[in-house]
Design a protein around this ligand. Sequence first.
Ligand SMILES: [Zn+2]
Ligand SMILES: [Zn+2]
Ligand SMILES: [Zn+2]
Length: 208
Amino acid sequence: MELQQQLQDVQGRLHQNEETLAAEAEEQYAESWDNVSHMSNESCCGMEHIRDVEKDYKALQEESRRKKEFLDAHITTLKDDLKREHRSGCEARKKIAVLEKDKTDLEARMHAAEDKLQAINTEMTCPVCWSSPITHLWPCGHGLCRECKVLNKEAQDVTNEEEDLDIWFNCYDEQYHCPVCRRHCNQEYPLGNLHLLKKVTEILTPDV
Ligand SMILES: [Zn+2]
Ligand SMILES: [Zn+2]
Ligand SMILES: [Zn+2]
């Protein structure tokens, strides 16, 4: 009786233990399932997040590619512009060089013309006073200004008043002589007046 009681006791406790353990196991199972679903939920969110990031990244990549294409095209255009500008700059420089050469040539021609004018002025200036232009020519080709012609006549003690103001010096008289070459003015030099014309023509003849 005592033994049977004891066995029943033990069996009862075992049964109780079994029930407790089953309940605990069930509880633990539910908890771990919760954990599992929670975890998968999290990882699901994580995956979605990764996919979002991936999408953003791909969008960014696409945008970068488009921007790069645009920049490449822009750079090509700029390079073309630069080439064109360089070419037109070269052309402008060539034109400037041509114009500068023209200017130099023109200046040289102007200087030559000034020199010739100076030489003609010298030929046309009275060789006695070197200040007034020649107004009277001697048959020898030398000339004098009006004042020097009068003074010269006075110095040579010639008294032919009517001739004094003649434009063309009528000096074929034996008494007159040229103050430059001292030649007596007579018919020996009928073409003497061409002397000045010859000089001026020489000056104006272009150098070969
Ligand atoms: Zn003079
Ligand atoms: Zn003379
Ligand atoms: Zn003379």
